[in-house]
Design a protein around this ligand. Structure first.
Ligand SMILES: [Zn+2]
Length: 299
């Protein structure tokens, strides 16, 4: 065992103490990234450049490891269920990513079968196929995909997903850097047409936290994931407004733990401490770190 393994084991122990102390059976993390190794390495290479899509920030990847080691780490932390957030940056790629994700879910029983989409002529067909094949969550990335989520090409697909009740984790806030179609306005148009669509707003909608809380208050199937929010890293450049804390407390049944593991610039434990120090109490933490996702996904 080298120094790094010792550090990892120590962290696993601390993560387990966190959820054990809350009386939980483990964590459910709705925002973890698994994708074909070649694609993940490309993403990591991008993070290494401090490029504009990540706001030009220094972003050292804490868990830059092979796939098996990454799943072992999550299991070591006591994450009982997680996802394989993957997303295309151009047309013609989603179907292939979905095939990979279906296979990953088959060989990784604790991963919720994940799928993705992009506005393109065959999107409705492959989304229906993925749902029929058992996809339990979708990931959409408005900034990287560079599309308007209210695009006509997606109109019937959102309807299909709303009907099927399959949650969609959507990165649509303008953080860490804005895109042409990021922000609450295009999402508000999608929700106006599909009020029952189960959108999970990634990263608490950062930095438009309050505008996305408005949408969650207006639509009872809108949820938010905590991914990277409230951490020291994010608070430095896109702080969560403290005046909105009571709204977080009131929406305690619609906030879900997400981490962005493995591509995070700090240890996993820090996301949990960042939630704890909001001081919203143990009931709130239990709901966010486990119970809300447990009921949403019928686990
Ligand atoms: Zn992510």
């Amino acid at each position: 065992m080298d120094d790094h393994d010792v550090a990892t084991n120590e962290e696993a122990g601390e993560v387990r103490r966190f959820w054990g102390g809350l009386g939980l059976p483990g964590l459910i993390d709705v925002h973890t990234h698994f994708m074909p190794e070649r694609v993940l390495h490309k993403v990591w290479e991008y993070f290494d450049t401090n490029g504009p899509l990540i706001g030009g920030l220094g972003w050292p990847i804490t868990y830059r490891k092979g796939e098996e080691e990454r799943t072992a780490l999550l299991r070591g932390f006591g994450v009982r269920a997680f996802t394989a957030m993957l997303y295309p940056h151009k047309p013609g790629m989603a179907r292939w990513l979905n095939e990979w994700a279906a296979d990953f879910a088959r060989r990784t029983p604790d991963c919720l079968h994940t799928a993705t989409l992009h506005p393109e002529p065959d999107v409705e067909t492959y989304v229906r196929e993925a749902v029929e094949a058992g996809a339990r969550v979708f990931k959409a990335h408005v900034q990287v995909g560079g599309y308007d989520p209210a695009d006509d090409l997606l109109r019937r697909t959102w309807g299909l997903l709303a009907e099927a009740g399959v949650p969609v984790v959507i990165h649509c806030g303008s953080g860490p850097a804005p895109g042409k179609h990021t922000g609450p306005e295009p999402i508000a148009r999608v929700l106006a047409r599909n009020p029952k669509l189960r959108l999970v707003i990634a990263h608490m909608g950062m930095p438009e936290y309050e505008e996305f809380l408005d949408l969650a208050e207006r639509y009872d199937q809108v949820r938010l994931d905590t991914t990277m929010a409230f951490t020291d890293f994010t608070e430095d450049f896109m702080p969560f407004p403290s005046r909105a804390l009571p709204r977080l407390a009131a929406l305690g049944d619609r906030i879900l733990l997400g981490s962005d593991f493995p591509s995070i610039p700090y240890p996993y434990l820090h996301q949990l401490h960042a939630l704890e120090r909001l001081d919203l109490g143990p009931d709130w933490l239990r709901a966010v770190c486990h119970d809300n996702a447990h009921s949403l996904f019928g686990l």
